[in-house]
Design a protein. Structure first.
Length: 289
């Protein structure tokens, strides 16, 4: 089981998060039959949203990326309980590796936006976005946090895919500047991060999220450790609410066609069937209004 941690270094004015989520990404790859480059892209997004949700006390956060590339829209969602899910618009896109690496930036594209939607259970949902700078996801997320949320941040995300398409490693880390951080501390951190091996290399060597953060901050204190798992929030009830939202005319159209409504969740591929008798029941909600 993967997990995400958050911590504070004792002698530096930063906060840091790290995640290992190989099992989650592999589960999603199998469910959605992702191509290698789709696995790498969605896996990075999953690791990214796990880091964003690590600080939540309640609610959930959605990461949405659409750069105009062949992979289409990338969605990743995480909540305060450590539940993660995600999907890509075109899961079977195939792009040959470039210099031995899967070209995530090329698959995602950079003519678009990265958006973050936070639902904390309040009356209003928080939503903000920035333009993509590379399509590589980690750099785009760091830019979003620095510009939109005004928290200078460094992000590293990585997914290592085997020759058979399976996931070898997946994870990442996030470091954010606290208000009291000095320019010297920032410069020292920037230098250290430039010399740090890629996340996939660290994870492949058996490094844990704790080990990775200790590579950056040897005196870091781990404040929380939270398990992460793949869990979808779809249900028949949500499907029925969606059908009602389509309107009375659409429901009557389904009845005229005389066929049950078949709906498949794009995240977990669970199929739901709403038969004609149930559609008649749903139509009653309009008559009662």
């Amino acid at each position: 089981m993967g997990y995400v941690i958050r911590g504070l270094p004792k002698s530096k004015n930063f906060r840091a998060f790290a995640v290992e989520c190989r099992d989650v990404v592999e589960t999603i790859r199998n469910l959605q039959k992702l191509s290698p480059v789709a696995t790498a892209a969605l896996g990075r997004a999953i690791a990214g949203v796990a880091l964003l949700s690590a600080d939540l006390k309640c609610g959930k956060v959605l990461l949405q990326i659409n750069g105009g590339g062949p992979i289409g829209e990338v969605l990743a969602e995480g909540d305060a309980e450590g539940n993660l899910r995600g999907t890509v618009q075109h899961p079977d896109v195939w792009i040959e590796p470039v210099s031995g690496k899967l070209p995530v930036g090329l698959a995602v594209g950079k003519n678009g936006f990265i958006s973050v939607v936070k639902d904390l259970g309040l009356k209003e949902v928080y939503q903000s976005s920035t333009e993509l700078v590379s399509g590589e996801i980690a750099e785009d997320l760091a830019y979003y946090l620095t510009v939109s949320e005004q928290i200078p941040s460094a992000v590293a995300l990585g997914v290592l895919v085997d020759t058979d398409g399976s996931v070898i490693t997946a994870g990442g880390f996030l470091v954010q500047k606290l208000p009291d951080a000095t320019e010297e501390e920032v410069e020292e951190l920037e230098k250290l991060l430039k010399e740090l091996p890629p996340v996939t290399k660290l994870l492949s060597e058996g490094k844990t999220p704790e080990d990775i953060l200790k590579e950056i901050f040897p005196d870091i204190e781990i404040l929380e450790k939270r398990e992460v798992r793949h869990k979808c929030t779809c249900s028949l009830e949500k499907v029925e609410r969606t059908l009602i939202a389509l309107g009375k005319e659409e429901l009557e159209k389904f009845l005229k066609e005389g066929k049950p409504v078949e709906v498949q969740c794009s995240f977990c591929k669970t199929s739901y069937t709403v038969d004609l008798s149930r559609i008649k029941e749903l139509l009653k909600s309009f008559k009662e209004d």
